[in-house]
Design a protein around this ligand. Sequence first.
Ligand code: FAD
Length: 391
Amino acid sequence: TFTPLASDFYGFAADLTDAELASLAEIRAFMEERVRPVILDHWHRDAFPTELIPELGALGIVGAAWPETAPFENSAVYRGWVALEMSRVDASVSTFIGVQNGLVAGTIGVTGSAEQRAEWLPRLADCSVVGAFGLTEPLSGSDSAQGLRTTARREGDEWVLDGEKRWIGNATHADIVVIWAKDVEDGRVKGFIVPTETPGFSATKIERKISLRMVQNADIVLEGVRVPESMRLQGANSFRDTAQVLRLTRAEVAWSAVGVMMGAYEAAVRYTTERVQFGKPIAGHQLVQDMLAKSLGHITASIALCVQVSRMLDEERQEDAHSALAKAYVTSRMREVVGWCREVCGGNGIVTDYEVARFFADAEALYTYEGTAQMNALIVGRAITGQSAFA
Ligand code: FAD
């Protein structure tokens, strides 16, 4: 059964259905029993616990948005809570699912043909196929709507892909990567499903990260990689189609950021009630309580915002600027919260023996990926003013 969280101060989770709450209880138990015990060791070795991937598949959370693979009728608000529950324990495992579910199954769900959906969604859902999403490049990050250098050239019934990608999560152990490339003929961005065993494809792990160390990010090189037309995503015909996927995933990153805040806050509450200075627990000092109260305020306001942006998706009135605002706003609040939570732990806040330090470090990657605060502000700015500041 689902136990309400003290960090969900206004009890937003009560609006979920019984089936959704039962699923969240199962996810929480999995994260506590299977993930929590192995996090620190893997974080320090910058290794991903790949042996847990089939168990993640069995949870029924990948593909929950699509009729082919949804385990039960569910809402976008529930799917947001899934990201929150996972990130509350570990943002790297949550990011693995964010890539597999949001970016890869999401791309195929939004832009795949009926045949492509039937072929890939079930295998992504049970994680028998692991996916990665290749948009960012060494020379094109924020400007990927116009700046992609990876090219796609049609040759008969095949496409030839050439270029480089950077930061691609899961790519060192993935079976397929969605590659975004510019068609040399019409200059438009198209999407391709590329099996990682294809000749000419290589992925090299990015070492020495200080954030989300468990996530296996890679530099990818594509040298004359050939895929058949059947592997071109039939509904991905310009960057507008890529943006449709990012609209969905940005809202889920906002939910993950709430989870990171909650994980840090809960650890800070525990720490400050145990640590004694000036003859009483530091939680009894006014200025410490102020930081805890401000953290809970940010968490509560962020949940409210996330619930509404997901309701808008369920009601088919969510637009790019809605999820961009949620992503930029909530990840900014997250950075303040993990800062305060680290601060109230004093020196112990900077060693990973105490949980807060890991949330503090992992927050930085969530703040940057899926569009920086500045890029998401420009999407909102365009909606406010009708003027695009991108070019
Ligand atoms: P840049 O674009 O070089 O930006 C650097 C700074 O300049 C930022 O602060 C940015 O906001 C600012 N800036 C740029 N242009 C402007 C402007 N016009 N106005 C104001 N400020 C501006 N990508 C994938 O495709 N797949 C993945 O799986 C993936 N996973 C990731 C995982 C991690 C841990 C990280 C760190 C990144 C991942 N990314 C992934 C890439 C991520 O999306 C990019 O890092 C992000 O979009 C920023 O691009 P960049 O790093 O090239 O920074």
